[in-house]
Design a protein around this ligand. Structure first.
Ligand code: CU
Length: 289
């Protein structure tokens, strides 16, 4: 989808790579032009009034004021345009985002969990079922508290900072937080969702272009907020399968020993499925930064 986006581009908006993004861009672009017109219109009128009704020309005030109805009509036109923007475009678009979730089995479902100051991702693995997570199991080596005694967690993947998704497939991200309010924001995909402790809030999008894009935190969540960045990699289907395979292989060696331990005993090594991406810090300090 191409669109006339002069002001958006001038203001440095990153390129859109999601299916619905052009609709957001159209609204933003139109609002900028509309606000520009109002800005110029109001200022032109203000300067005209300053000159037209200056004291030297009108030493005595006219208390009767304006008698023509043109200002009322102009105000009504502005309200009408804003009403059409809100009711005709913004609310339907928002409604589609929050109500029309894809129900096809082909959609990728991922859990994104924010924490100061990282994004953790939990993928269900080949069985398609998310393993149980328990807050009491959360540790430095098991950032999401994945229960290794749950058979469904055996093939799960937990990755830090970098999420891969295939191109042209619907992606549903269940967003939550471990500590404070964060915001899972994907500027290139024109979508963001608050990550609220104690709540799991889904959002969805369809990436339409391969590449690496920023994942940022859109809420001021603490001293390290500025560094709370991740990467969304939109892959070709083949690259996505290769990434899943690579992650599964990296997670595999630790699995057998950890699965044999009795319940309740602390894990000797890294929890199965927990694979920090290359270059990630070894331990996270909650509250640090
Ligand atoms: Cu944050």
């Amino acid at each position: 989808m191409t669109s006339l986006a002069l002001i958006n581009e001038f203001l440095g908006q990153p390129p859109n790579v999601s299916e619905h993004g052009y609709q957001i861009d159209h609204i933003i672009e139109f609002c900028h032009w509309f606000m520009g017109a109002l800005f110029i219109g109001w200022w032109a009128y203000f300067i005209y009034v300053l000159i037209r009704f200056r004291k030297s020309r009108h030493p005595v005030a006219n208390h009767e004021g304006v008698t023509s109805g043109i200002s009322t009509h102009l105000e009504f036109a502005v309200v009408l345009i804003e009403g059409v923007l809100l009711i005709g475009f913004a609310i339907p678009l928002w409604s589609q985002r929050v109500n029309a979730f894809p129900n096809d089995k082909n959609a990728i479902v991922v859990h994104a969990v924010g924490q100061q100051f990282n994004w953790n991702f939990h993928l269900p693995g080949p069985d398609g079922v998310f393993g149980r997570r328990d807050l009491s199991l959360v540790s430095n080596s098991n950032p999401l508290g994945l229960d290794s005694n749950d058979p469904h967690s055996k093939d799960d993947l937990v990755v830090l900072g970098e999420l891969h998704v295939p191109v042209n497939r619907n992606v549903v991200v269940d967003v939550s937080s471990k500590d404070v309010i964060h915001n899972f924001a994907l500027p290139n995909l024109r979508i963001a969702q608050d990550a609220i402790p104690g709540e799991i809030i889904p959002m969805w999008f369809k990436p339409i272009k391969t590449g690496s894009y920023d994942i940022v935190c859109g809420q001021l969540c603490g001293l390290g907020h500025y560094a709370m960045k991740g990467t969304l990699v939109v892959d070709t289907p083949a690259d996505y399968q290769a990434w899943l395979k690579e992650r599964a292989e990296l997670a595999a060696p630790a699995a057998p020993a950890a699965l044999q331990r009795p319940p309740g005993e602390p894990a000797p090594g890294p929890t199965p499925g927990t694979v920090p991406p290359p270059g990630a810090p070894k331990t996270e300090k909650p509250g640090g930064g």
